[in-house]
Design a binder for this molecule. Structure first.
Ligand code: ADP
Length: 619
């Protein structure tokens, strides 16, 4: 027999272990749940492997979880006859953080300060490594299901590294022996472990034996009626099956008979894991047929954007022998996903109306998914659109309105939904566009994210009303209320317009009089088909090129504004200064529209204007 091989933990593992071992985290019993859930996962994988593989090591073993406490030795052992691990898998799975569970923890650690470390364990869980909260030595005995694998024992004190040596006589699966720390000896007591296991053992799909006695009845709580299940049981079920540490924000438990027989139990989490920089969440709604698991993470059951949803869908209409491969193209499964996703959207819409504050707190965290949904989920587009929320010219800062509310309070004669995309509320309210709409009594939605533009352009309309950007040239607001004051005549505007267009060059399609301007001398409008400010931003981010062809714009000038009126006068007297000013007016308008590509030119020009002004004032 060869001698033990010594390995070092990957740096991230050391960091995680250091915190796990030294933190004063109080909820140490969590290790039981983590190890039992790993065992259940390994058994589930074994069940599926048996369906496809012919040659399996130790093929006659029961698929169960055996937990043994030994008070005299001060140990607890958790064993399963799951898929087990090969030597390489031991190194990969227990020596590095490439796997899901602890990844979020490690990622969040990077962002959080020292003080938060202990709290973070509570939010994420650290999977297998939680064993080191209670044990000063952990041994993992294993034999993989692969017939040519070795009998192995992995040993570590959780400090710097681990050893792997041969351990003849291992059965298939994993047996983890925890040598409990002095202050954790309570976990070697049968009744202590029994108390912990009781809360969720019935959700484990395999028998659990504690010191040889069967502890759980495998129970499908989604098949029960709602009044038979307590909030606590629902939450424990969510936490156990989703490997979650939060309390779900929403829960939907329903039975349906038509068009399909469905029992579904869905949870919407409270924490958005994607927001922690963990990459895309894996879909987490399991598919069952009459209590038998078909796929724990079916990728195409619900629409992709609903990947944050957790829970179970059980339908007795599915053929029991449906394979995971054929499931993905099954029309029945598509139908099932469609019925359930529609039901979920309806449920959320109602919840949002019943308790808007709660919904907004949830929406703030998960809005990205809904926006993705509008852009990608054609079938549910309108229903998802109902769930969107935006600030607007009629809300206070931080408050939001739904599209339905917007439509409900549209002014008589208003037939479109107006919006502006800009980085902030201030940018919109200080800009030249929104005033004209406000003075007409038209509400303007404020869209602060670049992807919002894709959302509105995919949606195009809501409740039969077109969504349109305030800077579109397709909007005619009619005569503005502010028609008082001296104004340039139509002829003067035409003449000034063609002079300006000549000075401003190719980026300008035309210059015309505006009816919508209040206090600004000019604004630019983006004709249909031209690149908007947000598209330009995306293009730049993708191509890393700074030189994009300019967006061709329409310039609208305010014939009543003193700058425009005097500019018209100046162009006969001092054409050079007039050109400077018209360029500056144009750049200001581009800046407000987010379309200014060359701010440095503007700096040079304002300096020139200041010099002119100074020398004139001093002469
Ligand atoms: P997670 O379970 O979230 O991936 P863990 O740290 O709990 O993270 O486990 C790491 C990996 O070790 C698992 O993904 C799995 O591949 C492997 N593993 C853990 N426990 C077992 C087990 N009882 N049987 C087989 N493999 C296991």
């Amino acid at each position: 027999m060869s001698s033990p091989q010594t390995h070092e933990f990957q740096a991230e593992v050391k960091q995680v272990l250091d915190i796990v071992i030294h933190s004063l985290y109080t909820d140490r019993e969590i290790f039981v749940r983590e190890l039992v859930s790993n065992a259940a996962d390994a058994l589930e994988k074994m069940r599926l492997t048996q369906l496809t593989e012919k040659e399996i090591f130790d093929s006659n073993l029961d698929l169960d979880i055996q937990i043994t406490t030994d008070e005299t030795a001060g140990t607890i052992t958790i064993a399963d006859h799951g898929i087990g691990m090969t030597r390489d898998e031991l190194v990969e799975n227990l020596g590095t953080i490439a796997h899901s569970g602890s990844k979020g923890f490690a990622a969040a650690l990077k962002e959080a300060g020292k003080a938060k470390e202990a709290q973070l364990i509570g939010q994420f869980g650290v999977g297998f490594y939680s064993a080191f909260m209670v044990a000063d030595e952990v041994k993992v005995y294993t034999h993989s299901w692969r017939p040519d694998a070795e009998h192995l024992c992995w040993t570590s004190d959780g400090a710097t590294g681990y050893t792997i040596e041969e351990a003849p006589g291992q059965r298939r699966g994993v047996r983890i022996v925890l040598k409990l720390k002095e202050d954790a000896k309570e976990f070697a007591q049968k009744h202590r472990i029994e108390g912990i296991l009781k809360r969720y053992s019935n959700f484990v799909g395999f028998p659990i034996l504690l010191n040889g006695e069967r502890l759980n009845t495998v129970e499908a709580i989604w098949l029960k009626s709602k009044d038979e299940v307590t909030d606590e049981q629902y939450n424990e079920f969510y936490k156990f099956t989703s490997h979650a540490f939060d309390t779900p924000a929403y829960r939907l438990h329903f039975q349906a008979d038509a068009p399909l027989v469905i029992n579904a139990l869905l949870f919407l989490p409270d924490t958005n894991m994607e927001a922690f920089g963990m990459g895309q969440t894996e879909p987490g709604v399991a598919l069952y047929c009459k209590k038998v698991l078909i796929d724990a993470q079916p990728p195409k059951l619900l629409p992709e954007w609903m990947r944050f949803v957790r829970g179970v869908i059980d339908s007795e209409d599915l053929p029991l022998n449906i394979s995971r491969e054929s499931m993905q193209d099954s029309a029945l499964v598509r139908k099932l996903g469609s019925v359930v996703s529609k039901r979920l959207l309806k449920f959320l819409d109602k919840e949002a109306q019943d308790d808007a504050t709660k919904y907004q707190a949830f929406y703030t965290k998960f809005s990205r998914f809904f926006k993705e949904g509008v852009a990608t989920d054609f079938d549910n587009r309108e229903a998802i659109a109902k769930l969107l929320r935006f600030e607007s010219s009629m809300t206070a800062k931080g408050e939001v309105v739904s599209l339905a509310e917007y439509v409900g309070r549209m002014k008589e004669g208003q037939d479109k939904i107006y919006y502006q995309v800009a980085p902030s509320r201030t940018a919109i309210e200080e800009g030249p566009y929104v005033d004209a709409f406000k003075s007409k009594g038209y509400e303007v939605l404020y869209l602060f994210e670049t992807i919002d533009e894709y959302v509105v352009s995919s949606l195009r309309e809501f409740d039969g009303k077109t969504l349109i950007a305030v800077n579109s040239d397709q909007i005619d607001l009619g005569d503005d209320a502010t028609t008082e004051g001296e104004s340039l005549s139509d002829d003067q505007i035409t003449a000034l317009g063609s002079w300006m267009k000549e000075k401003l060059g190719d980026a300008v399609e035309s210059v015309r009089a505006s009816k919508r301007l209040g206090n600004s001398p000019a604004l630019v409008l983006t004709p249909d088909g031209e690149m908007t400010a947000q598209m330009r931003q995306m293009m730049r981010a993708m191509s890393k090129e700074d030189e994009l062809p300019p967006t061709k714009v329409i310039v609208e000038v305010n014939p009543r504004h003193p700058i425009i009126r005097q500019l018209n006068e100046l162009r006969d007297k001092d054409a050079d200064s007039a050109a400077l000013i018209s360029e500056q007016v144009f750049d200001n308008a581009l800046l407000s529209a987010g379309l200014l590509d060359h701010p440095e030119r503007m700096i040079r020009r304002t300096q020139q204007i200041m010099e002119n002004l100074l020398s004139k004032s001093l002469s």
